[in-house]
Design a protein around this ligand. Sequence first.
Ligand code: B12
Ligand code: SF4
Length: 510
Amino acid sequence: MGSVKNKKNILATNLDKISLLTRMINRIRKNVMSKVLLIYPELYRSPFVSSSVVAVLKKQFELFPPLGILYIGRSLLDAGYEVEAIDFNSTSYNEAILLRLLSEKDAVGITTNSFNLRGVDRLISDIRKAKPHIRIVIGGPDVTLHPRVIEGSDLSIAGEAEKTAPAIFDALLNDGDFSKLNGAIYKMPLSKRTVYGKAPYIEHNLDSIKFPARELLTAKEKSQGYNLFGEKYKNRIATMITTRGCPFRCRFCACNAISFKKYRKRSVQSCLEEIDQIHKEGYVILGIVDDNFLSIANRKLMIGIFNGIIERGYKFSIVAEGRVDSALDEQLYALMRRAGVVAVIYGMESMNQDVLDFYRKGTTVELNRKATQLTYKYGIFSFAYFIIGTPFEDETLIKKMLKDMYSLRLDMVNIGGLLYSYGAPLWYEAKEKGLIDASEYAVPAGNEYNLSPLSSSQLSSLSYRALLAFYVRPIYWIRFFQKAMKFDKRALYFIFRILQKVFFYLFQLR
Ligand code: B12
Ligand code: SF4
């Protein structure tokens, strides 16, 4: 009797195994057949960012390939999907291209941020016209900040998604249960009631994420590339990210809401392995696109990465973003130069200490000066962001601040009006004071909302005029040519290309 029972048990276990195997094979076969298109939509003119800046960005700043869809692409490729990707900032949007890409696709994944929503709307409507029943899923910073179903899509996903992407597309394509998906937001088919799935996913161990599938956007035969640095370098620009989130809490910045206040770092070893791969794949320009890479808070990782690049003898031209507190350690600048950093982008925000304190920036006007001096000394191109429009900044204070800004030896600046954007501490404060409504996701500072003594259009025109004035100063050019001697040859070429494009568009828009 016992042995019959045993045999039955063994048979049952084997049948279980066979059925699991069959399900796995079916799933793999299904996935092999499933074809996914990932899209980074076109940036649209926005009512709240200076239109000149948006236009310059839109027309000429196909700076870097977007990483989000490349990470998701890698994870889908590994799961057996066929994947194509397109960035409609590097390849101009047109319906014919979209139609070609959509043919034979089963699903589309789109990244949205708060600045490309109009592009996303048009995209979804064009996709639906061409393929009414194709499955569409939307993710990205705007959904994370403001979890909702994006009109016309089947599913929206808040949070990070490289680990969950196969499950998301599996559910999407096989009528799976969305409620089990992390960060899912969708509507019930009949009642149209909005339903939220499990909590958004956030990866705690960044080293466990596979490297992005860069080939999806830079393969010559498929992509128009990123033309900012010229034809020769079009497909030789790579980006990477070494940390997610930020340890600081500036009041105007939504970064901590997007990363759920979780600051995470990769190990030096993982970053260098990715850099080895990027080098092997022939990329020449490397953008390190962390929210905050250059910072004294990130000193160990910076030193490890830059030393690794120097030891390997790689000759990248590197661009990185960060804080001026990096100026507390001059050695970092010497190291950056040796590792091939050609340009740094600082969030300086203001040359008025009260303004910096209002933003809880945690930096000083003196550090702004020091960082500019060190960037100058080591022959690195400096680009800094400034913001005007705190509640106490009148025209006199702003003009004084701009004068102080002009005294810095910066190579390029961007001056924008303060934006109360959803997710940033200032947005919540203004909402609590009843100055803005919960439904207003990006409000430009201005007296229309009692947020500034000046109107938003005054702030916008002040910033645009200041931007132009910055470049027409003779002293700017004298300093620039003095510094140009310090740039290495390739950096100089890139820098001239950037400036040439900026001027062309700034003056064209005048
Ligand atoms: C590099 C960068 C740029 C570069 C390059 C852009 C590019 N091609 O990627 C440049 C300088 C051009 C740029 C420009 C701008 N940027 Co920018 N940028 C970044 C930055 C620093 C890194 C982006 C990145 O690669 N992240 C890493 C990847 C892995 O994350 P991710 O893209 O969010 O993708 C993950 C999830 O969102 C999700 N996901 C993404 N897409 C999808 C799709 C699907 C289907 C699913 C399921 C999931 C999913 O899964 C991904 C993997 O986990 C981010 C900040 C940040 N840390 O993300 C800001 C950020 C995206 N930018 C921002 C802004 C405001 C801008 C500008 C408007 C700036 C300006 N004032 O002009 C412009 C607009 C550009 C545009 N085309 O829309 C904001 C957007 C905020 C918002 N409310 O939406 C961010 C979040 C910065 C911030 N803290 O506020 N930017
Ligand atoms: S502005 Fe920069 S330093 Fe401040 S919180 Fe945002 S990313 Fe961090």
